[in-house]
Write a new protein. Structure first.
Length: 580
């Protein structure tokens, strides 16, 4: 088994990809956070390795959060306001924000250059005076705010050493941007632009903001071909990451070689020899031209696409997914003719397989059972032990946000960021490995309910504007059953708030044309009159929960909702504006 895994996951050294200069890294904040501590941090502080403020020069007024260890070493120029080539760790001690050797989060605000900087001695650090300099910064105590969205870093190598770190990046998906190793868990030198396409977060050529969770070193990374990107297998690598969308709603890819992410045609199964009892899935085209030995059970050097036709699983020329169960070697293999294919006989051989129609089973490979969703609260202890079905000799969990870790049995810790995170659970034994998704909802000031919906429990009214309707509705209920709903504006005064709403359209009690919007008890249900609508007493259109996540202080959302009989419920976000 060890030798097989080494062959599947090579560990040759690779040259890391070139990194772009940090000067282009950081985008402006979408909106400035309200005064005072944020209700819930949705991204992590930046690592100390990125605390060179000369690379942020020109982003005056933008604040960043770094995790640093206070130091008395390093040059510092200025007092209160420091030159941007000053050591941030030493400036934090000079400013009284950190003590020497104390590790913590500091807030650093980029400032314009000054005409002069006055030196002084404070807290065991002596800063020097200086004249005109092109950039400055101020360092303050952490107020719980979030870092802004960063520009595409190319790879995540510079974030290594911050397992669990959660960051947002503006990325343009590009399938050929660079090499990618892994599936769901990627080596940290994999191209982020290509990995985002492979993960299904961005389409090729699509630009958007992605969320990355930094992971620790891993022993192996499984490649697969998905969304036009072929990622490769790899062995041990010192850093990893997972990439997803901001709201955590994009599911991870199916396990490579599993029913939801089958491999391509391998030719033969010799590379799988020794994984006895494991079931693997392959997408291939049936053919009658390959060499095969055996009947029902084939030698593992038999051509799989031909064996699939001989076994009656595929017709010649048919392309579909097949299931293969790896078997130990047999003493003899019999010949036969079936479905236009003649197999040969053979004596003893070291490996075998059986091919069948896909049924979702994984043979003796362990899987996960039990709950697929879990809830936690930022700042509160959390523990969960996944339920393993079968016998596993190795378990792992990836995509864990800051504060959580996996000890080989359980996920535990105190989460330090809020949001919805799709975690990937891994299980393996001598037959192979599988993975499953666990959806983890980490609430901030609200209580997480029903697998991802968060309702404020801090007294915030949603909407606190009383559910204003922006314009009269236009509704037509006919044989096509189309109903358009006006834009409804939600506002929240919370620093960070997940909004969740359910809607139901039903006739008014007095029988007049129109409908009522019904939601949680914190949502008013305004009457919407509509002269062109006719709703019978039997008609009630129910829409699923709509889930928003925002770090903004004020959030007006304008949405139109539409019901069409041919496709069901359609939700369209028509306007998203930030109010300063």
């Amino acid at each position: 088994m060890v030798e097989l895994m080494r062959s599947l996951f090579p560990s040759r050294r690779r040259r890391p990809m070139a990194l772009p200069p940090l000067a282009a890294w950081c985008l402006a904040l979408l909106a400035l956070a309200a005064a005072g501590p944020a209700a819930a941090r949705s991204v992590s502080p930046l690592p100390a390795a990125l605390a060179n403020l000369t690379e942020y020069r020109g982003q005056d007024g933008v604040s960043y959060y770094f995790q640093l260890t206070g130091s008395s070493d390093g040059g510092v120029w200025g007092s209160g306001i420091y030159t941007d080539d000053s050591s941030v760790a030493a400036a934090a001690v000079h400013a009284g924000v950190l003590a020497v050797d104390e590790t913590g989060v500091v807030k650093v605000t980029v400032l314009a250059g000054q005409a002069s900087y006055a030196g002084s001695s404070a807290n065991g650090v002596t800063s020097a005076s200086y004249g005109t300099w092109s950039g400055s910064f101020r360092v303050e105590a952490d107020d719980g705010g979030d870092n802004p969205t960063l520009a595409d870093p190319g790879t995540l190598v510079r974030f290594r050493g911050m397992p669990g770190g959660v960051y947002r990046f503006q990325v343009s998906g590009q399938a050929d941007a660079g090499t990618v190793w892994g599936t769901n868990r990627y080596t940290d030198d994999s191209s982020l632009a290509a990995a985002a396409v492979h993960a299904g977060v961005l389409a090729n050529g699509e630009s958007g903001v992605v969320r990355v969770v930094i992971g620790p070193a891993a022993d192996r990374y499984l490649g697969s071909e998905v969304n036009g990107v072929a990622s490769a297998n790899y062995g041990y690598w010192d850093g990893s990451y997972a990439v997803g969308d901001l709201s955590g709603t994009v599911a991870p890819q199916g396990h490579p070689g599993g029913p939801d992410n089958p491999y391509g045609d391998p030719g033969s199964l010799t590379a799988y020899r020794g994984l006895d009892g494991g079931a693997y899935y392959f997408n291939l085209e049936g053919t009658g031209s390959g060499g095969i030995w055996g009947s029902e059970v084939y030698t593992d050097d038999s051509d799989l696409s031909t064996a699939a036709v001989h076994a009656g699983v595929l017709a010649s020329g048919q392309t579909a997914t097949v299931k293969v169960v790896v078997l130990p070697g047999q003493d003899a293999y019999t010949a036969s003719t079936a479905n236009g294919v003649t197999s040969s006989r053979y004596g003893a051989w070291s490996g075998s397989y059986r091919v069948a129609a896909p049924d979702g089973g994984l043979g003796t490979i362990p899987t996960f059972g039990g709950a697929t969703q879990a809830a936690a609260t930022e700042g509160s202890p959390f523990s969960l032990t996944p339920t393993v079905v079968g016998t596993a000799t190795w378990l792992d969990a990836t995509g864990l946000p800051e504060g959580l870790s996996f000890d080989g049995v359980s996920i535990s810790g105190t989460p330090r960021v809020a949001g919805r995170f799709p975690l990937t659970l891994w299980a393996a034994n001598g037959s192979g490995e599988s993975s499953s998704t666990l959806w983890l909802d980490i609430g901030g000031d609200g209580t997480v309910v029903d697998g991802g919906t968060q309702v404020p429990d801090d007294g915030t009214q949603v909407p606190d504007s009383g559910g204003e309707v922006a314009a009269p509705c236009v509704a037509t209920l006919s044989t096509e059953l189309q109903l358009e709903v006006p834009a409804i504006e939600y506002r929240s005064g919370a620093d960070s708030l997940w909004l969740a709403a359910s809607f139901r359209y039903e006739p008014l009690d007095d029988g007049a044309p129109g409908f009522r919007v019904v939601g949680y008890s914190t949502i008013n249900a305004p009457r919407v009159d509509c002269a062109t609508a006719t709703l019978s007493s039997q008609m009630a259109l129910e829409l699923p929960l709509v889930h928003y996540v925002t770090p903004l202080a004020t959030l007006p959302l304008r949405a139109s909702l539409q019901y069409r009989a041919d496709v069901g419920v359609v939700f369209e976000l028509t306007d998203f504006a930030v109010q300063q």
